[in-house]
Design a protein around this ligand. Structure first.
Ligand SMILES: [Fe+2]
Length: 399
């Protein structure tokens, strides 16, 4: 969860998940201490939850604009409790915001938020076009602009290619996702789902460390293995991944999945050792749903594996599908506008739209997920929707 202060000398970002809330304050000097004040509507006794704070520094470009990020983590939050908070220091304090700590129940449905509809926002890479520009002032402005959402609802991210400059420093420094990878890859649980966020960019920016690709792969294997333990899969049957560059797409451009085989899907042979792709791994561990972006369009695929359509049945493709379901939801908008489509997509392409828009997902229960695509160009009209229904999860569900 994140909020940004527009008054005073600092910009503040707060992010929360899994029972902890991390408050970030961006300032131009190494000001400490940074504080956060937090209290629960439902449990006033929890006001002043334990704080852990730390500061990091990064530079904003050729100007060497020095920026300090101060993070305060609040632990021991009560699941589903609503908290009031602000953050800052003697240099200035933010407005008051509220957030609701994530519900740790595996069977809850949508809870009330400021928007009344969403428990979490997923932003699948490519922020602000680009956060590093104008010596990272674009990044500052972007954080201010998302405050009306991100101050109230957990805002979960993964890196895209537009974050690559200065080794993803604006991404790594501005967001505070779970785990110890500077938000590059991580996982978390929500309701009946285990979410896994990855960096597809480790397949492309080898100059920042080829070892990252292998580290992520090994971590993914362990994480998916853990999620597939019978006791875990029984309570969180859905495994949902999000990553920036898709394995499949049918846009009419030079991108890696349109005219070339996707590195993310099949790996790379020009590294030593060869780098494994993710399609086999995700298939083997029974990933149910894969969310992608990067292409400036929306595209829904039939269940697909190995370039082949694997529908549940002809009549009901998404009922007990025989392979993961892929959705490319990259049409939120940017200065490059939307992409054009290849007029002759492959068989796995089920529905495509170039309308600006976004995807809504509802985790209904252990067997049902609902997805719909909202068109901004058509004033909020739902232009596509599916139910993914699974009686069984995991590798054996494919057969
Ligand atoms: Fe991209």
């Amino acid at each position: 969860m994140q909020g940004s202060v527009v008054r005073g000398p600092a910009v503040c970002v707060v992010q929360c998940c899994n029972g902890a809330c991390s408050c970030c304050l961006r300032s131009v000097k190494p000001r400490t201490p940074v504080g956060a004040w937090c209290s629960s509507h439902l449990d006033p006794a929890r006001a002043g939850a334990p704080l852990i704070s730390r500061s990091t520094r990064f530079y904003g470009g050729v100007e060497k604009r020095k920026m300090f990020i101060h993070r305060v983590t609040l632990k021991g939050l009560k699941p589903a409790a609503t908290y009031v908070y602000h953050c800052g220091s003697d240099d200035g304090w933010s407005d008051m915001f509220t957030f609701t700590a994530l519900n740790d129940s595996t069977s809850f449905r949508s809870q009330e938020t400021q928007l009344g509809m969403y428990d979490v926002i997923l932003h699948i890479g490519d922020f602000a076009y680009d956060m590093h520009e104008d010596n990272a002032r674009i990044g500052d402005e972007f954080m201010r602009q998302i405050q009306s959402i991100a101050a109230y609802v957990p805002y979960m991210t993964c890196p895209g290619n537009h974050e690559a400059t200065y080794n993803f420093s604006n991404y790594r420094n501005r967001f505070s996702m779970p785990g110890q990878t500077e938000s590059l890859w991580y996982s978390w649980n929500l309701g009946s789902a285990h979410f896994v966020s990855i960096s597809t960019e480790v397949y492309f920016y080898l100059e920042y460390g080829q070892e990252l690709l292998f580290k992520q792969y090994e971590w993914l294997k362990k994480d998916l293995e853990e999620a597939n333990k019978p006791e875990n899969r029984a309570v969180r049957p859905w495994i949902i991944t999000m990553g920036h560059r898709p394995m499949y797409c049918s846009d009419d451009d030079q991108d890696d999945c349109t005219k070339f085989d996707s590195y993310v899907r099949l790996g790379r042979n020009d590294t030593k050792p060869p780098a494994p792709g993710l399609e086999d791994l995700f298939y083997r561990y029974g990933v149910d749903l894969e969310l992608w972006a990067h292409e400036h369009t929306y595209e829904r695929l039939w269940p697909v594996y190995g370039d082949k359509v694997c529908n549940g049945s002809k009549e009901q493709p998404y009922v007990n599908p025989k392979a993961p379901v892929h959705i490319i939801t990259g049409s939120a908008g940017c200065r490059e506008r939307t992409d054009r489509f290849n007029p002759n997509p492959k068989d796995w392409s089920a529905f495509r739209s170039t309308d600006y828009g976004y995807t809504r997902m509802q985790l209904v229960n252990a067997t049902h997920i609902y997805l719909e695509q909202v068109s901004d160009d058509q004033y909020g009209k739902v232009i596509d929707s599916i139910w993914v229904v699974k009686d069984k999860h995991g590798y054996s569900a494919w057969f």
